[in-house]
Write a protein that binds this ligand. Sequence first.
Ligand SMILES: Cc1cc2nc3c(=O)[nH]c(=O)nc-3n(C[C@H](O)[C@H](O)[C@H](O)COP(=O)(O)O)c2cc1C
Length: 166
Amino acid sequence: MSWRHPRAPRHEFLNLDYYRRLANIAEQAKLDAIFIADHLGIWDTYGSGLTHYANPRLEPLSPVSALSAVTKDIAFMVTASTSYTEPFNTARMFASIDHISRGRVSWNVVTSALEEEAVNFGRDANIDHATRYERAGEFLDVAKALWDSWEDDALVIDKDSGVFAD
Ligand SMILES: Cc1cc2nc3c(=O)[nH]c(=O)nc-3n(C[C@H](O)[C@H](O)[C@H](O)COP(=O)(O)O)c2cc1C
């Protein structure tokens, strides 16, 4: 219920300037990293509908991409689920933001435990715990293999010889 606190944000929780100010304060205070939680649905714990409580959020990699351009040293720990996407998509998004942020993004791997998330992907109920974590293990193996599938010096980009990649 913290949204009702006098100093809590109102509509600016959808506004980049709000996060930019927080990130700048955190960076000036010499914090190492900002942790960003996420769920693939609106967590409606108290069954109130959206009237009194809900936690809609921005999809986190989008604001983090922008924030990495207006900060210098602080890192971002970004939550992403292994249950409702493919390893290629997730590995590509984190690899892209790794380049853009110059290595300042890490991944909080979650498996999505809420019913509210399952129904957003056409399921009647949540996936059972063991299945989610078995998938998460394989998902991580595949993501890591994708990240290592090009060697660090693979990009040659030699205009004279015409060799782009080795
Ligand atoms: C500090 C902390 C942050 C977490 N943040 C998220 C989150 O952003 N999104 C999410 O889906 N789960 C989040 N979780 C839940 C965990 O991914 C996990 O589901 C939970 O700890 C229960 O463990 P279990 O999945 O083995 O039952 C968080 C847990 C902790 C302890």
